[in-house]
Design a protein around this ligand. Structure first.
Ligand code: NI
Length: 389
């Protein structure tokens, strides 16, 4: 099948939902409006079970196939949250909430999975059970983890789980995937240098924490360039430096923070260990104290081999062999679908969003032309994994 005909019929309707969601964005767990729309639609479709409030504001629904006693249960996940960005474009369906915007296309992800739920509830052309998962707080709030911690996988008997993200720059009607790590693990660090302040004209009376902190920032750059194997991947980015308030005072303290992205645990441990050695020794050299705080972020999103092959096969059935890249390079962004992949085998795939602004950009918009592609992919995942006997 290329695009499923029945799903092509839903294109306008799904586009309407997408734009409705786009107009009412919510941040992190505050996705009540979107979750309510999702629940209401699922009710209209006549799915077999809807459970709200999983992972605080997440919604899960169950759609039973012709033989739901086949024992097979496959999960599909979409994210619902938006970003704290002021939308730049004057779209007819522009965000109604100032400073909040669907700049990552989660509005599209939610609408497409809803479309697939409508199709599956109507046709039931499969055996087994489809579980549709709508999660909050993908953008840094670990909503996926919250749903897993609420026992979602066990409660609904999910055996395999699939995720999808749109990708600007990849043409509409194309998919891209790889087995193994596809998105990075993320860690956040905060480094605080406690020095000794002084009069700006008498630097010898103190030890300037600004000089110490900036040397640390420079030296940390050597970890990726000189400690990590050039054939491995790591990012260490300092995103903020804060210190001082006056022209004539050397402050007491300097603080900087940033993010580390890696694709495997060994590289992560190396970066963390080197970071500690570098900053502690620079602090010691200047007789200052330093505190390092690490906040562990999302784990590496690592695709399981068998499910990746399966997802690629389904994608090829939808758009044709030549339009599915199975050698996608890993992306150093993070993704909390990683928590679901730690609990169950599954695969995360990228879908083309065409020539649009990039993710998290103020001019980004999900491409509605991609709706039949993503929705057909979801429907086909279920109909192929659990074919009607
Ligand atoms: Ni996203």
């Amino acid at each position: 099948m290329p695009i499923n005909n029945r799903i092509a019929d839903f294109h306008d309707e799904i586009t309407e939902w997408r734009r409705e969601i786009h107009q009412h964005p919510g941040l992190l767990y505050d996705v009540e409006e979107t979750a309510a729309l999702v629940s209401q639609k699922l009710k209209e479709f006549g799915v077999d079970e809807i459970v709200e409030g999983i992972g605080r504001t997440g919604v899960v629904a169950v759609i039973k196939g012709q033989k739901s006693d086949s024992g097979r249960v496959v999960g599909m996940r979409a994210d619902m949250d938006a970003l704290p960005i002021i939308e730049k474009r004057d779209l007819p369906y522009k965000s109604k909430y100032d400073g909040k915007m669907h700049a990552c296309g989660h509005d599209g992800h939610t609408a497409m999975l809803l479309g697939a739920a409508k199709y599956l509830a109507e046709t039931r052309n499969f055996d087994g059970t489809a579980v549709v998962i709508f999660q909050p707080a993908e953008e840094g709030g670990a909503g996926g983890k919250a749903m897993c911690d609420d026992g979602m996988m066990k409660r609904f008997g999910v055996q395999e789980v699939y995720g999808l993200h749109n990708m600007p720059g990849l043409p509409v009607g194309e998919f891209s995937i790889r087995p193994g790590p596809i998105m990075a693990g993320t860690d956040e660090f905060t480094i605080t240098v406690n020095g000794k302040g002084a009069h700006a004209a008498m630097p010898h009376m103190g030890n300037d924490p600004i000089i110490i902190a900036t040397q640390m920032v420079q030296a940390l750059q050597s970890i990726v360039s000189r400690n990590v194997d050039p054939l491995s991947s790591a990012v260490l980015t300092v995103t903020a430096i804060h210190s001082g308030k006056a022209y004539n005072v050397i402050p007491q303290e300097a603080q900087f923070y940033g993010t580390v992205r890696t694709l495997d645990g060994e590289v992560r441990d190396l970066v963390m260990a080197r970071m500690k050695t570098v900053v502690e020794n620079i602090a010691a050299a200047y007789d200052a104290e330093v505190k390092i705080e690490i906040k562990e972020g999302y784990p590496v999103t690592s695709n399981h081999a068998e499910q990746t092959d399966f997802a690629a096969k389904v994608a090829k059935d939808v758009v044709g062999d030549s339009r599915v890249n199975v050698e996608q390079l890993p992306v150093m962004g993070g993704e909390d679908f990683s928590y679901m992949l730690e609990e169950r085998p599954g695969a995360f795939i990228f879908m083309g969003n065409g020539d649009t602004a990039g993710l998290h950009h103020e001019e980004y918009d999900f491409n509605d032309e991609a709706i039949p592609v993503g929705t057909s992919y979801w429907a086909k995942i279920i109909e192929t994994a659990m074919p009607a006997s």
